[in-house]
Design a protein around this ligand. Sequence first.
Ligand code: CMP
Length: 138
Amino acid sequence: MERTFLMVKPDGVERGLIGQVISRLENKGFRMVAMKMLRISEELAREQYAEHAGKPFFDEMLSFMTSGPVVAMVWEGRGVIQSVRRLMGATDPAQAAPGTIRGDMGTSISRNVVHGSDSPAAAEREIKLFFDSGEILA
Ligand code: CMP
């Protein structure tokens, strides 16, 4: 069964949107198999977003992602990676369709409430970065 990594970012936690994000995935029939709240270290943020290193927004993104707690999760279901991408909507909330998480709740391109894996390789990498195998339900 396919798995993806999903994170409620510091803006989503601060604004009390954790439950709404979880509800949308539960309503869609996906199963949560791991969850933890944590404050991301700069080292972990650099590793998670390594592909963006050197981009103009990288430093600001690092400081935002480490500014407060996040909720990291693993979700399971058929086609869950692409389906969660569609539920999240476009990266920039101004472009995200109404009805999507970012379209309905996001306030700016960095404060866009959630992060989700964009491919099977990214899902595998991000899940390993945040969870030990024993922390994920069978
Ligand atoms: P995310 O899906 O977490 O992956 C990379 C993040 O970089 C993206 O969401 C945005 O929140 C953040 N970001 C900040 N500024 C920009 C930008 N100008 N272009 C793209 N992504 C940006």
